[in-house]
Design a protein around this ligand. Sequence first.
Ligand SMILES: [Zn+2]
Length: 268
Amino acid sequence: MASPLRAAAFADDAAGRQDKLKNSDSASHSTAPADTFFLPGPVLLLGAPGVGKGTQAQLLVTRYGIPQISTGDLLRGNIARGTELGLKAKAIMSSGRLVDDGIVNQMVLHRLQENDTHRGYILDGYPRTLDQASFLDATLASLDLPPRLPVVAISIVVAYDQLLQRITGRRICPTCKSIYNIHFNPPQVEGVCDLDACALTQRADDTEPVFIERMRTFEEQTAPVIAHYRALGRFEEADGDQSVDAVNAAIQTALLLLRQQVPQAAGR
Ligand SMILES: [Zn+2]
């Protein structure tokens, strides 16, 4: 069952082996070297606006030494390189329409065949719809791409009111770009930057009506995707209302759990 590729990955790193033996509580050291023993496989990271998904994705990239694949980056990359798919996407976008599933799926399909994905990858913003999730599952099963693991989904969960405060409480210094929060990290003097005494500003989007609309969209889009992975036993939640390191540890614990539950080799 261990392919030569996996065997090579195992032999790569003796330190990673030790890491794997520790319990998951100790899995939070973000300064640790990339864990090249554990095979994370494809991981879909989900989270509402303001949960800190981007930060967590980056920590997982460092932790496991795997790439992050986001639809935004794929679109920009394909357009910048002038690929056939990029040109199609550009034409659609410049006519004011949304790039359809078919094009996004093809971009992902190409990306998954690049060399850096053989141990896994963090999916960000894809699959966003049930159709995309089904396409991805079918593709992974039929292409037999390493690491031959199915997609698992982990949602970073933060209570609605907490998220609302994170976003509507955000204040930014226009000069030094320092970020404050009037609820959780206020400046010493109200409305004034600690570093340069400039008046703090609020982004036009950081308001309750905008937040409510973004949450509604997020929940509408994400609910079917979550239901899909939950039904397959490939979904876990991670408590996002903790320190950055603690959230990351919770995600890693969820991932270890999912990989124990999920058959190690999909379809074989
Ligand atoms: Zn400042």
